[in-house]
Design a protein around this ligand. Structure first.
Ligand SMILES: Nc1ncnc2c1ncn2[C@@H]1O[C@H](COP(=O)(O)OP(=O)(O)OP(=O)(O)O)[C@@H](O)[C@H]1O
Length: 673
């Protein structure tokens, strides 16, 4: 008889066997999440309860336990978030954590689609179009269909893109979307469907994908090709998804596909912080998780470590105002602080003066500028403040405004890169050709038709156009493109060549060209970090550079700047002092939301996200008078803050210096004797 010796199973590592003292760094619920082994788990947590900290430690713990880092997948809302978490995990463990696969759903999908492009019938050099590009394509196909000059009201390009996107994301027939959400355009149904079809056709013919396509095509790739799904999902031994409350239905489906071999999926989220429904996010995803993933272990994080109890009282009050109730009550053992301030100013400008002076006072007391932030609902809400900050020489950066890469001059430069990467990209050719004097949409279209058939699409020596006014410029363009194509240069060198070529066009087109030329110089520097032109296009489409990144780079040598941010872009961040400005009805909640209970709740959650960013002190401010083209008018403070009594917030009154002096003098006069 043969003997087979069974080896003793390695006992599972206990917390004390690890080099990192997890138990000292985490509370029991966080430990449960970090040490969760196999199967699905859902971590539901309030603001500031340590979700990010938990994920960072879970990555470190898995790597430390011997899991190959490249078999871990961490999906986050922005790429910056993934990079930051992996950097933190590397700091507490070691560099191995940087090899964890991390990024957004779109980023991961794009990577898979490039790898398996054959299976979906695309070439691997397909390009990704961002929302601004997609709108241009819609405009283009609309013009081609001759629908741009209709007498009857026809939806604009934004509305058209929203309709198409909703129908794709929610898997609904476009007719149903019109019926349910845009009944005012039902009469134009046939024409709208024509636009949608032409848009789809354009993308397929030009080898481009929009953001929705990245998710949909990946879902189809994995759903239809079991061999590919098994290969990918086998690699994903552990999958983690952050900010699950802001995922859409498709992303929930993808989560299931990505983890469909090992089933080790952990989703982390806070239903009260769901603020992206306008992009199709569905906070029901969190509630449905246990249904989708049978045997889910539910872990709740409830202790807030970020804020003072006073700030949390205000946050809890906001949640209580919701129509859709949350069974959530944040608490904290942090030390007591002051009551949050409710600051009324006479005008927006006085509000800016207050913020600026309060910031300067705090700086004098030893606080760093980057420990403070000013938050607002819309990018434009900070314009007045920006002027005042500049006047007082306070350095700041702004998150969430227009993206650097969305600015027209950067898009012009990128259009050149796009035609180099994908010569079938009509919109990019249009942009490049229409820079030249004498070329309008019609000529650009004719030239593009020639380019499509040409042996070398960059050799633009069109003999039959020699008489045309633009021929010399066309030759210049051709020289640039052929030269770049034929020589192997670094990405930044290529961008430098394009910028040199483009500089004169920029001067001719834009009155504010000095600022734009500076941006172009900065762009050459930024492009140094990319490995290839296709990679650069992919990364910029999926993770656009914010103006901030460029500004910060330029300002690194100076004092770390103050942060101005839209509330949406403040997600996941924290500061010691947080000022929320323009807390007005019509702004937060926005005018569009007041008629709709669900929308109103989302606005409330936005204010909740803003308030829970503060560690030590929170200020709500609003002006009582607003200016408009038609004259000044009285405002209404946000209905969400008028609900709060003096036990929750303290009213602050702004008094002008002279007024105070008069009061003091008045006091003195009354002094006896
Ligand atoms: N167990 C803990 N001990 C001490 N500090 C902690 C602990 N857990 C979290 N913190 C601290 O609390 C703060 C909030 O944590 P973190 O940013 O991870 O929370 P979050 O749940 O991701 O927040 P949000 O969703 O509101 O952005 C951080 O400063 C973090 O270092």
């Amino acid at each position: 008889m043969k003997k087979f010796v069974l080896q003793k199973e390695e006992p599972r590592k206990r917390p004390e066997d690890y080099s990192i003292p997890y138990a000292e760094l985490l509370n029991q619920q966080q430990m449960d999440a970090v040490f969760h082994e196999k199967g699905p788990a859902l971590v539901v947590a309030g603001a500031g309860t340590g979700k990010t900290r938990t994920l960072v430690h879970r990555v470190a713990r898995l790597v430390e336990s011997g899991i190959n880092p490249s078999n871990i997948l961490l999906l986050t809302f922005t790429r910056r978030a993934a990079k930051e978490m992996l950097r933190r995990a590397s700091n507490i463990l070691d560099e191995r954590c940087k090899q964890v696969q991390g990024g957004t759903f779109h980023f991961y999908c794009s990577m898979l689609l490039h790898r398996y492009s054959d299976a979906i019938g695309y070439p691997s050099n397909f390009t990704i179009i961002d929302t601004a590009d997609a709108l241009e394509v819609i405009q283009f196909v609309r013009t081609q269909l001759n629908l741009h000059k209709k007498k009857k009201r026809f939806p604009n390009k934004n509305t058209l893109l929203n309709m198409i996107s909703t129908s794709k994301n929610k898997h609904l027939d476009l007719r149903i979307v019109l019926l349910e959400e845009y009944p005012q355009f039902l009469e134009q149904e046939e024409k709208i469907i024509q636009v949608a079809e032409a848009y789809q056709e354009y993308k397929e013919k030009n080898f481009v994908m929009d953001f929705d396509d990245l998710l949909i095509n990946t879902r189809d790739l994995l759903a239809k090709n079991d061999d590919i799904r098994i290969k990918i999902a086998s690699r994903n031994e552990y999958v983690m998804v952050d900010e699950f409350q802001d995922t859409n239905k498709l992303q929930a489906e993808l989560t299931e596909l990505f983890s469909s071999v090992h089933g080790n999926i952990m989703a982390v989220g806070d239903d009260a912080q769901s603020i992206y429904s306008f992009r199709g996010a569905d906070h029901q995803n969190i509630m449905d998780f246990p249904e989708r993933f049978k045997g889910t272990k539910l872990i709740k994080l409830e202790e807030n470590y970020r804020s003072t109890p006073q700030i949390l009282q205000v946050a809890n009050n906001l949640l209580k105002q919701a129509n859709f109730k949350f069974d959530k009550e944040l608490y904290s053992n942090n030390k007591e602080g002051e009551l949050p301030a409710l600051v009324q100013s006479s005008s927006e400008h006085d509000q800016s003066r207050f913020i600026t002076q309060a910031l300067l006072q705090l700086r004098e007391q030893g606080k760093e500028l980057n420990e403070m932030a000013v938050l607002f609902r819309n990018g434009r809400d900070s314009f007045d403040l920006e002027v005042e900050l500049n006047r007082k020489n306070i350095p700041f950066v702004k998150y969430g405004g227009q993206k650097f890469t969305e600015a027209a001059h950067i898009k012009d430069v990128l259009a050149h890169v796009r035609v180099l990467v994908n010569p079938m990209d009509t919109i990019a050719w249009n942009r490049v050709l229409m820079l030249l004097d004498g070329i309008g949409p019609k000529t650009a279209q004719d030239l593009f038709e020639w380019i499509q058939l040409a042996k070398n699409p960059y050799q633009l020596d069109l003999s039959d156009t020699t008489s045309k006014s633009y021929i010399d410029q066309l030759k210049e363009l051709s020289k640039l493109l052929v030269d770049i194509k034929e020589n192997d240069r670094s990405v930044s060198k290529v961008i430098e060549l394009i910028v040199n070529y483009y500089r004169d066009f920029c001067k001719d087109r834009y009155d504010d060209y000095p600022k734009r030329l500076k941006d172009l110089e900065a762009f050459v520097n930024v492009s140094e970090s990319f490995l290839s032109l296709p990679k650069m296009l992919e990364e910029l489409a999926l993770d656009p550079i914010t103006a901030t990144a460029v500004d910060t780079e330029q300002k690194t040598k100076e004092e770390a700047p103050l942060i101005l941010s839209t509330i949406h872009s403040a997600k996941g961040l924290e500061w010691k002092h947080v000022f929320i400005i323009q807390c007005l009805d019509g702004i937060i909640p926005s005018a569009y939301s007041v008629e709709d209970e669900e929308q109103l709740d989302e606005e409330l959650r936005l204010l909740y996200v803003a308030a829970t960013r503060a560690e030590e002190m929170l200020y709500f401010s609003y002006p009582v008078l607003a200016q408009s083209a038609y004259g000044d008018y009285f405002t209404q403070p946000s209905r969400f803050i008028t609900e709060m009594n003096e036990e929750l917030v303290e009213e602050w009154k702004l008094i002008e210096e002279e007024q105070q002096q008069q009061l003091d003098e008045g006091d003195q006069k009354q002094l006896p004797g």
